[in-house]
Write a protein that binds this ligand. Structure first.
Ligand code: N2P
Length: 364
């Protein structure tokens, strides 16, 4: 009898150890869609033997809902800086163990200092994965047909009803990201884009409502294929996504030409940060992955594939010159002057934004 019991106990112990080992060899990553190199994940798996479960989202709000509910099951997540800041406050992340991040010093000290100042004091919770701008993507031919002198590098394309109405028939998408569209509407009327003043925030509503009847869809990822296929002619979207649309059209050889501009009134410069949830099942593998991402070759390949800038100057020499030298991807100091960042809304401001945004999207 005793012998039987010990056999059962030993067997159970072995099963537990095997399960723990399997968990050690698994990594759960939650990243933006269309936002990683072609072989980044498979290369990491081949090198480490760690199996990656890779899920995607297209909205900070969706990521935030999962994170704040807890037990997301993810080891690595990628919120934008403004969301990271308030999620740190909410205790959603563990501090990074820098002793496990040998490649941390590859990151630009200037960019990391900006990040520390704006969102993540001491850079204790996140590393910059990639960054970009929010601007205007358009179908060159369809816009020119409808308005030969269209102000393609101005927010008037979206917020001037006389102008935006001319493109409604060929299809317009706008990001479903209130924290990016409100600052743009405020920039358009000459207000501070990152304003937290409720009276100023309310001024965005009529601007957005005037645009609303002409918008086919508020969505944050469908516009890539829609632009590439010629199904829409205008999008308020993310820089690299628009370049990917242009690339897909070239590959399809369908005669569609897609272009991107940073509006002259200013544009949001956002940064997406890799961080480790406080309840991550496998923080060890998360650190391995984040360190791997900061290798110059790995991040250069990702930048080359998705057309987003990274914060790792040691990767510069491996980036395609057409990307590294494009001021819409790596802005020159002159373009940089036009860019602004955003910081988190407080609770009551967020409620106000949500209410207005729902009205805008439903058109009521
Ligand atoms: C990638 C989207 C870029 C992230 N499809 C925007 N923060």
């Amino acid at each position: 009898m005793r012998l039987m019991q010990s056999v059962v106990l030993v067997a159970a112990g072995l099963a537990c150890a095997a399960a723990a080992l399997a968990a050690d060899r698994e990594l759960n990553v939650y990243n933006w869609s269309d936002y990683i190199g072609e072989t980044t994940i498979s290369d990491f798996e081949a090198e480490t033997g760690i199996k990656v479960r890779y899920d995607v989202f297209d909205s900070n709000d969706i990521l935030e809902t999962k994170l704040l509910a807890g037990q997301s099951g993810y080891d690595v997540v990628v919120p934008s800086g403004n969301f990271l800041a308030r999620q740190i406050q909410a205790g959603a992340f563990q501090a990074l163990d820098k002793s496990k991040l040998q490649n941390f010093d590859n990151l630009s000290p200037e960019i990391m200092a900006d990040v520390a100042q704006a969102w993540d004091p001491d850079n204790s919770h996140g590393i910059v994965y990639m960054w970009g701008t929010t601007g205007i993507g358009y179908n060159v031919e369809k816009i020119a047909e409808r308005m030969p002198d269209a102000p393609v590098d101005s927010l008037r394309m979206l917020f001037d009803p006389e102008i935006v109405s001319r493109f409604a028939d060929c299809g317009i998408h706008v990001l479903d990201a209130a924290d990016e569209v409100f600052p743009a509407a405020l920039a358009y009327i000459g207000e501070k884009p990152d304003s937290k003043d409720p009276d100023v925030l309310r001024k965005a509503e009529p601007v957005l409502m005037a645009m609303r009847p002409h918008i086919a869809k508020f969505h944050s990822s469908e516009y890539i294929n829609a632009l590439a296929n010629g199904d829409i002619c205008l999008a308020f979207g993310w820089s690299g996504d628009v370049f990917q649309a242009s690339d897909r059209a070239v590959e399809a050889d369908n005669g569609v030409e897609v272009s991107y501009t940073i509006p002259e009134e200013g544009a949001l410069m956002w940064m997406d940060m890799m961080a480790i949830p406080v309840d991550a099942p496998n923080p060890e593998a998360a650190h391995l992955f984040i360190d791997y991402i900061m290798r110059p070759k790995v991040i250069a390949e990702a930048t080359n594939y998705v057309y987003y800038a990274n914060a790792n100057p040691s990767s510069d020499s491996m980036i395609e010159p057409e990307i590294r030298e494009d001021p819409a991807i790596y802005p020159t100091p002159e373009v940089m002057q036009k860019l602004y960042i955003n910081t988190p809304y407080g609770r009551s401001e967020q409620r106000l934004i949500n209410r207005i945004w729902t009205r805008v999207k439903t058109g009521q």
